[in-house]
Design a protein around this ligand. Structure first.
Ligand SMILES: [Zn+2]
Length: 178
């Protein structure tokens, strides 16, 4: 999924036109000094949001082998880009985001990564609690001392270890312990 994000950043058109996210952000980075001295705080804020989001998304792509990192960074980066026009230019539709294939691919990759990491984490957590619950239920349900660690031979009544398959005294096959 990280690879999808990287490919989307550099190859897929991010906006409605043909420029990639890289192609959109790079001029903002190279003109940052000019923007800073220009005194247009709205544009400066807007550019900063995009540059930070761009860096987050690059990191998200690079750490692609860790789904959680990709997911969290990807979602944060994409959320920043998505809300930035409303945040900085709330009443200016000229800055409304026109989303292209790259935009959707990066959102999808981020969310899939996040979902995959949660699913993976849940699976790892699931095993221990279930067995603990089963043990507790059994204890509560029977209210009796734990079952003996021996199996009685049906032939001669000799107590044999549970794992034994034949009686130690008479040699008869023991019923399988359940
Ligand atoms: Zn026996």
């Amino acid at each position: 999924m990280g690879l999808v994000i990287l490919v989307a950043i550099f190859l897929l058109p991010f906006d409605g036109g043909s420029s990639t996210l890289y192609g959109t952000v790079w001029p903002k980075i190279s003109n940052l000094g000019q923007t800073q001295s220009g005194g247009d705080t709205a544009k400066l804020t807007y550019d900063y949001i995009w540059i930070i989001a761009f860096i987050l998304l690059i990191i998200a792509g690079v750490v692609g082998i860790f789904p959680l990192g990709t997911g969290v960074l990807g979602v944060v980066g994409m959320a920043m880009i998505t809300v930035s026009p409303y945040l900085v230019y709330p009443n200016d539709s000229a800055h409304a985001l026109s989303a292209g294939a790259g935009f959707y691919a990066m959102w999808a990759a981020s969310i899939v990564s996040l979902g995959a990491s949660f699913w993976h984490g849940k699976r790892q957590e699931a095993a221990p609690p279930v067995s603990v619950m089963v043990t507790q239920t059994q204890n509560v349900g029977t209210q009796s001392p734990p079952p003996a660690k021996t199996a009685k031979c049906p032939n001669c009544q000799t107590e044999n270890p549970l794992e034994a398959t034949t009686c130690s005294k008479c040699g008869k096959a023991l019923p399988k312990a359940t």
